[in-house]
Design a protein around this ligand. Sequence first.
Ligand code: NZQ
Ligand code: ZN
Length: 385
Amino acid sequence: MLNFTFHNPTRIHFGKNQIREITQEIPKGSRVLIIYGGGSVKKTGLLDKVKAVLKDYQVSEFSGIEPNPAYDTLMRCVDQIHMEKCDFLLAMGGGSVIDGTKFIAAAAFYEGEPWEILKTFGSNIKKALPFGVVLTLPATGSEMNNGAVITRHSEKAKLPFFSPHVYPLFSVLDPILSYTLPRKQIGNGVVDAFVHVMEQYLTYPVSGHVQDRFSEGLLLTLIEQGPKALSDPENYDVRADIMLCATLALNGLIGSGVPQDWATHMIGHEITVLYGLDHAQTLAIVLPAMLTIRKNAKREKLLQYADRVWDIKIKDEEKRMDMAIEKTREFFHTMELKTRLSDYEIPREGIEAIIVQLQEHGMVQLGEKQDVDPDMCRKVLELCY
Ligand code: NZQ
Ligand code: ZN
């Protein structure tokens, strides 16, 4: 096992009606800004419920954070914070709203042009406003991690940043809040969480047996419960399993002490920025091709994955790996995601544009061994057709 330091300060309130807990978390007298997306929280009645819980606080709102949160929108929120002197933020929504809030929290104190936060991947953040989360979409794990991904359309860039200052202070995880998700977002969430586990599990062995078993447990649970969320949307236990899986998939635990990949994600971000696909849609396309191209480098873990997650025991190792990759693709189809660039009518000439983007953003040595260079990315993308 590799050395590691693990610290995660986010307090989780999991279960039915846990939004009541937020008054214990937000200091009395705070000026709270509730931040949300395109309005699902209004339609579902969640916004009114949270406002009722916060009746003794001074509360204002900022709405309109879009999927793949946009820099310009977030900067408008920073202006509002300065004008209203808000000192506590409450994000209500999925990964986009939470990520947006992380950026806003850091940008509110940032001296200089806040886009630098992305250019330096968050390394120069010194301080951020405190914030909490009410999660409505299990997927990204943003509710319990210190990362965010922000899009700036004028720069054609979707870039991640990380900082110990942007862990949520607390997150409310009430599985019932996910009942109203459209089918597409149920599938997206399960696939995103699945790929998060794969990015940290499917690399090369370092005797991280604890991490491996945790990861396999999360993968097996997603495979078992994901389809049930589609067929039986108001099954509390199913939604609870999925919500917990998504959070644990990317809260730092399973990735501690093991190598990590993330090449699929970095290519996926460029596909979203250029062609507008949802985050999880890009992952469902890229991961099967990525595993195929890097089959040899990932051989031992792929064989373990085939055996322990898909129960494929056949002797022929090549076949066993291929079957595991095929099973992965089939699982994405079961969750109603497509797995080819051609399914979205992205022309083959589009591959070169993706490569140029990766180069522009310095994504030229990706993967757990930093050997995923632009040529290898091109091969992966060619296999996505
Ligand atoms: O905006 P509203 O109206 O709220 O609607 C949202 C949005 O349209 C809707 N929705 C959310 N909860 C709902 C609901 N509709 C009905 N009922 C509910 N309970 O779902 C749509 C998608 O929301 P979004 O937040 O964009 O989805 P997701 O959680 O998948 O987040 C995706 C973003 O997170 C980033 C992605 O790159 C992408 O920008 N990621 C963040 C990560 C992190 N911080 O660690 C890691 C991930 O790999 C990922 O990159
Ligand atoms: Zn993801």
